[in-house]
Design a binder for this molecule. Structure first.
Ligand SMILES: C[S@@+](CC[C@H](N)C(=O)[O-])C[C@H]1O[C@@H](n2cnc3c(N)ncnc32)[C@H](O)[C@@H]1O
Length: 242
């Protein structure tokens, strides 16, 4: 059976149509997290750091990896203009069906339609610093976002202190990654759903330390870090030049 590249979007699309089947996430060491309930992608404001971060949003917002559009819909309701992108066309379809006015199927590393805009806010929630995929691509992500934004723009991004865990499976994975000379939070994952398997994709859990190091090589700096008790954080990132 060929792996499906857009299985996550299918999960969200089906959920919107009333099929509430949960999905699972497989890591390349075999670790499997299941059942995962798609409903979290349909509710904004469930995480306190996201609620706090939303208050910093201004002007024209780019929601990178918008999923089912829970935040784009919130920003629209608040009267902000928002453009959403997701590289999974079924996510874009789902978000649009829910009322997101402007959304494109686009990979943030290959900006196309969004190049005609100048954004004031970049929204990267749902741990979406992870879209960088690898440590190597993290500074590249910030350089792309620099070109898409105004001088006084802000990036609002959530991440996770991935190394702060007591889970033996995760600790073993981190050790293996370090042995290979890799950052522990750089991982290969895939979605599994109703007997189907998704394509492997790279995901990067960005610790605040890694974020600070990556920003040094970019036109951005950390303005503020809003921490949650469980190791998640929201970073307010601003440009170094005035
Ligand atoms: C963890 S989900 C978060 C969805 C949404 N931001 C939320 O919080 O509900 C990550 C989303 O990012 C999308 N994504 C991953 N890499 C991407 C990339 N390079 N460009 C655009 N979208 C990407 C995925 O398809 C997925 O919908």
């Amino acid at each position: 059976m060929p792996a499906k590249p857009d299985l996550f979007g299918h999960v969200l699309c089906n959920y919107l149509k009333g099929d509430k089947t949960p999905y699972g996430i497989r890591r390349d060491d075999g670790w499997f997290e299941s059942p995962e309930n798609p409903n979290v992608y349909f509710k904004h404001g469930i995480y306190e750091i996201e609620r706090k971060g939303m208050k910093h949003a201004k002007g024209l917002v780019l929601d990178v990896g918008l999923g089912a559009g829970r935040h784009a819909l919130y920003f629209q309701k608040k009267g902000l203009k928002v453009v959403g992108i997701d590289y999974d066309s079924y996510c874009v379809k789902t978000a649009k069906a829910r009322g997101v006015k402007t959304a494109f199927t686009e990979d943030i590393f290959k900006p196309n339609h969004i190049r005609k805009y100048t954004f004031d806010t970049i929204w990267l929630a749902g741990n979406n610093l992870g879209v960088a995929g690898t440590v190597h691509k993290l500074p590249k992500l910030f350089h792309i976002l620099d070109k898409l934004t105004a001088d006084n723009a802000v990036i609002l991004a959530t991440g996770f202190e991935v190394e702060k865990t007591t889970n033996p499976d995760h600790l073993a994975y981190h050790r293996r990654q370090r042995k290979k000379g890799k950052y522990p939070g750089q991982m290969k994952l895939r979605i599994e759903y109703k007997g189907l398997i998704g394509e492997w994709f790279q995901w990067l859990h960005v610790s605040s330390k890694l974020l600070k190091e990556a920003l040094e090589k970019t036109p951005w700096k950390l303005g503020k870090l809003i921490r949650a008790r469980d190791g998640h954080y929201l970073a307010v990132i601003v440009k170094k030049r005035p």
